[in-house]
Structure formats: C-alpha cells, structure tokens
Design a protein around this ligand. Structure first.
Ligand SMILES: *[C@@H]1O[C@H](CO)[C@@H](O)[C@H](O)[C@H]1NC(C)=O
Ligand SMILES: *[C@@H]1O[C@H](CO)[C@@H](O)[C@H](O)[C@H]1NC(C)=O
Ligand SMILES: *[C@@H]1O[C@H](CO)[C@@H](O)[C@H](O)[C@H]1NC(C)=O
Ligand SMILES: *[C@@H]1O[C@H](CO)[C@@H](O)[C@H](O)[C@H]1NC(C)=O
Ligand SMILES: *[C@@H]1O[C@H](CO)[C@@H](O)[C@H](O)[C@H]1NC(C)=O
Ligand SMILES: *[C@@H]1O[C@H](CO)[C@@H](O)[C@H](O)[C@H]1NC(C)=O
Length: 485
C-alpha cells in the first residue's frame, strides 16, 4: 500500500493540487483575518463569551489557528477570551518537509511477501523516549491467532514522512502538543485509506496533545481506543464482573473484615493540583469536620519513607485496608473516567468515597452498592454525619461489601493499563477494525474529538452547588498547562 502516491512528493511546487489548496487557504485566512479585525473591531470585549461570529465557521477557524499556534490555550474551552493581535497565521508551505517525531535508531519493519495471511503495519506517533520502552520493545512483530491469520508489524514513526508507509497510525498518550506545522505534515504524508487511531488513558482535560485543529475535526481520527465505554476499542481501568456460577460464590468473613478496620478515612495523593477542580481544598475542608489521614506528596504521612520502592505498594495496600473509607478523587470529572482509584480501593477492601463523573455513571460501572459518591449529600456536614453513622453501625457499613459474594472486580495496575494500549489484544482489534473499514469504508463514522463522545464528556462533578464550588474556572487550565495528571 501507499508506495506510489503522488501526495508524497515534497511540497515545493511539485504537488500543484496541494499548493493550490494551500494558497487558497492562506488567502482565505488573510481575508478572513482582515474581516475578523473589522468585524471584531480590533479590540473586542471578550469579557464574556466571544461574540457568536456571523461567519461562524471561518472566524472560529482563525481563532483556533491563533490559539493553537500560540499554544497557550485549552482547546477544550472554546469560550475563553482571545485576541487576534499576535496571531501568526502564515504557515509556510515550505515547512512541510522533514521532522523527526521520535529519534530512535531502530530500523522500520514492514509487511513482506513472507506474510502469507493478512498483514498490517502499525506506526506510533508519540510514546517516544525512555519509559516508552518499558511498555513494549519496538519494533515488534505480532501474530493474531484469534482472527483470520494476521501479522502486525509495530514500530515508531521517526521522520514524519515515514507515516506514509503505515496502514495504521497510532497517536498514543498525548502529553506533548503537536503544533500546526506537524499536523500539516502529518496530513500531507497520510496515505489514502490510512487509519488514524486516537489512544488515551487520560481524560480530555489532560489528553490535549493530539487534539487536532478544529477544522480538521471530521477527517482526522478514524477510531478511538480510550477508557470510555463508547470507544471503538474500550480499554477501561477496571470493571465489575458478576459471578456466572452461583455455587462458586465465596463467603466473605465480615468479622475479619471489620476487625482489620482500625482507622477511618485515608487519602493518598501525589498530584495535589489538578486542572479541573481543587481536590486538595476539598480534603482540607473535609478534615475540618472529620478525621482524615493524608498520605503522599499532598499529605503529611508516609508509609515507607521518602524513597519510592516497588515493594512499597504492598505496604501501602496493607495500610489502606485498615481504613474503613478511602477517598478516590479523580483528577477530572468526565464521563467514564473511573480509574484505578476506585477499582483498587474495591480490590483492597475499603469503601471508596468518590468524586469524578456523576453518581449515575459510577452506578453503571461499579459493583452495586460498593461506593459513596460525595454528590449524594446536600452538604459536607451531611456527608460527615453519614460517615459517622456508618462508623458506628457495623451492619450498615458491611452492606457496602455485599457485592463481594455476587461478583468480582478486575483491575489493571497503572503500568498494566498503559501497557494494555499496546497489548496484542488491543493491536489485533485495531487490525481487525482496519480490515472491516477497508471492506466497507462508508459504513463507519469518524471519531470526533470535539464531539459528545470526547470533549463533550466533561460536565460537572455534581448536581449540588457545594461540590461544584470546588470546580476551577474555565481559564484555569490555560494558565496552568504545566500541571500534569
Ligand atoms: C523472508 O523469508 C526469508 C527466508 O526465510 C528470510 O531470509 C527473510 O529475512 C524474510 N524477510 C522478512 C522481511 O522477514
Ligand atoms: C480514515 O479516515 C480518512 C479520512 O476521513 C479516510 O480517508 C480513510 O479512508 C479512513 N480509513 C479507514 C481504514 O477507514
Ligand atoms: C463535522 O462533524 C460535525 C458532527 O458530525 C458537524 O456538526 C460539523 O458541521 C462538521 N464540521 C465540518 C467542518 O464539516
Ligand atoms: C472469620 O474471622 C474470625 C476473626 O478472625 C474468625 O474467628 C472466624 O473463625 C472466621 N470465620 C470463618 C468462617 O472463617
Ligand atoms: C497531619 O496534618 C493534620 C491536619 O493538619 C494534623 O491534624 C495531623 O496531626 C498531622 N499528622 C502528622 C503525623 O503530622
Ligand atoms: C444499622 O443499620 C441497619 C442496616 O442498615 C439498620 O437496619 C439499623 O436500623 C441501623 N441501626 C441503627 C441503630 O441505626
């Protein structure tokens, strides 16, 4: 595939179609920019939402362009104040050339005539650098036994023009922004029919790096592989599985369970500042009304001293299981963004007190009656009263463990979760989707990062105002780009 494609010549005048398209875009950009200046009266009042532009499409494109190039915006928030004054909208077609997306010394791998069945070459944009090799040593050949005989060759995209060799391109773990120039190059070298896959285990709030310019929204990613249940290939952090065989149900020793619970509430956290809401302030406020032990960088207690060792995890688990409750506070409140914070608490055997997506969302994925959602309470005092009640009433407390006799929880460790995105299972599913789409390309919708399935999944952390008061204002994200999950 893709070896003889006229798109792949360099841009300097050799591809008239692209050049023409490009020039007309530049002219349009300049025209619209001038119009935008006039229309928006040079120094518009952006104190509220910016005015709904009459030329909605193009002015919005320009605004996006500017924000993107200045790289100091949050693409999730289309309402924050912007100015057009410093915009550098001149994208020089000559820039479409070489860029090394991942300086590795490994040789690319390819499908060859040796592959008797189906063969897919998958190349990764991203996941470059030291710890990527922890996830999977590249390049690698994988065979997919579950499907019709399929071989996969997986490697990194090095020089950007090399993406043309791939059938499928993975955009994996979007920590760094791709700038406009790189997007143009990627689009230029994309071969016809090539499938682009958006991979993220972070919420939309933290997965901004591969958010493409707004006006490429409908022809960038063919499929998604995220934690979200509606992803084309879902990779959840964990899940609840009811037992199929009623006879195999384990008997939970509630006496023992209760005997171990000598402490009340624990919070372990090392990322104290988050982009969407102020979880540290929430815990400080909670500590004013009820006793909470805090571990990690955001607390004042530690389990195994200053240095982090792998053996420490067992110590931490042991410690956590002595608490009746543990705070499972997600860094984002986005639909289905339910991480190991919930799953691990359940596995260890403590009752998670959660803030993240809505109660209904947790109720859908977590074991029945296994968690406490802060938004179930009218105030912090109501929450405190309830926790104190459970602390005194063993029968009521133990009801939170009833699910253990009817089902079990499967979780990935954080590392396994990252690895999962490059596991044989996921890669083979991706290959399968590729072949399905090839045989009937018009039957499938593109994955829209700006649509309700991704950007549109982050609403509020609750329906009660007292809990919403911990949400950060929208522009907080833009001002604090350095904060990581
Ligand atoms: C194809 O098979 C031949 C003979 O077994 C081998 O020498 C060659 O390295 C193989 N090529 C690839 C790309 O695997
Ligand atoms: C992926 O999307 C692009 C852009 O819409 C399209 O041209 C291509 O055919 C799609 N590939 C597959 C395998 O669906
Ligand atoms: C992209 O798709 C969305 C949703 O299907 C649609 O509302 C929008 O108009 C499309 N945008 C462009 C630029 O085609
Ligand atoms: C449950 O645990 C208690 C306290 O450790 C113990 O005395 C009891 O024998 C256990 N019961 C069963 C059925 O194992
Ligand atoms: C940790 O901080 C809390 C709240 O400020 C305080 O009550 C507690 O005594 C401290 N614990 C230790 C071990 O310093
Ligand atoms: C303790 O909890 C149980 C189960 O929820 C309930 O039936 C009982 O009335 C409670 N006891 C008290 C004293 O509140």
């Amino acid at each position: 595939m893709a070896s003889t494609n006229t798109h792949h010549k360099t841009l300097n005048g050799e591809n008239p179609k692209f050049k023409l398209l490009f020039l007309s875009k530049c002219v349009l950009v300049v025209l619209v920019l001038s119009f935008g200046y006039i229309y928006l009266d040079v120094k518009p009042d952006y104190s509220h939402n910016y005015p709904k532009p009459k030329m909605s499409h193009t002015v919005e494109d320009i605004l996006y362009f500017e924000r993107f190039l200045l790289s100091e915006h949050d693409p999730l928030d289309l309402n924050f104040p912007v100015s057009l004054e410093n915009a550098d909208l001149h994208v020089n077609p000559k820039h479409v050339g070489s860029t090394n997306l991942c300086p590795t010394r490994t040789k690319p791998v390819h499908c060859s005539s040796n592959n008797t069945g189906r063969c897919v070459k998958i190349s990764i944009v991203g996941l470059c650098g030291g710890w990527a090799t922890v996830l999977r040593k590249l390049p690698v050949k994988i065979t997919c036994p579950a499907f019709e005989k399929t071989d996969i060759f997986l490697d990194h995209v090095g020089e950007v023009e090399r993406i043309k060799e791939a059938h499928v391109v993975l955009f994996s773990f979007a920590a760094n922004y791709l700038d406009m120039n790189v997007w143009l190059k990627l689009r230029f070298y994309r071969s016809p029919g090539q499938m682009w896959v958006f991979q993220s285990e972070e919420s939309p709030v933290y997965a901004r790096g591969y958010m493409m310019p707004w006006f490429f929204r409908n022809d960038t990613y063919n499929i998604s592989n995220t934690y979200h249940t509606s992803a084309d290939i879902p990779s959840p952090y964990g899940y609840y599985e009811p037992f199929r065989n009623e006879n195999s149900n384990p008997v939970v020793n509630f006496t023992q369970l209760l005997k171990d619970k000598t402490n009340l509430i624990i919070w372990i956290c090392s990322h104290c500042e988050t982009l969407q809401w102020d979880r540290t302030k929430f815990v400080l406020d909670l500590q004013r009304v009820i006793y909470v032990d805090t571990f990690g960088k955001c607390g004042n207690l530690s389990v195994c001293g200053e240095t982090w060792k792998a053996t420490c995890n067992n110590e931490i688990d042991k410690r956590v299981s002595t608490y009746k409750f543990s705070l499972a506070l997600e860094n984002s409140y986005c639909e289905d963004y339910v991480t190991e914070k919930l799953w691990h608490a359940l596995v260890i055997g403590t009752v998670p007190i959660v803030i993240g997506p809505r109660f209904e969302n947790y109720n859908k994925v977590a074991p029945p009656g296994s968690f406490i959602h802060v938004d179930q309470f009218k105030s912090m005092e109501h929450l405190r009263d309830y926790l104190e009640y459970l602390d005194k009433n063993d029968t009521a407390y133990l009801e939170y463990f009833k699910w253990k006799s009817v089902g079990t929880v499967r979780e990935h460790s954080i590392r396994e979760h990252y690895q999962n995105h490059l596991s044989n299972d996921v890669l083979c599913s991706i290959a399968d989707q590729y072949f399905q789409r090839q045989s009937s390309p018009n039957e499938f919708k593109m994955f829209d990062l700006y649509g309700p399935e991704w950007k549109g999944t982050c609403h509020h952390c609750g329906k009660h105002m007292w809990i919403r008061n911990y949400e950060h204002p929208l522009d907080h994200r833009r001002k604090n780009q350095h904060i990581w999950a």
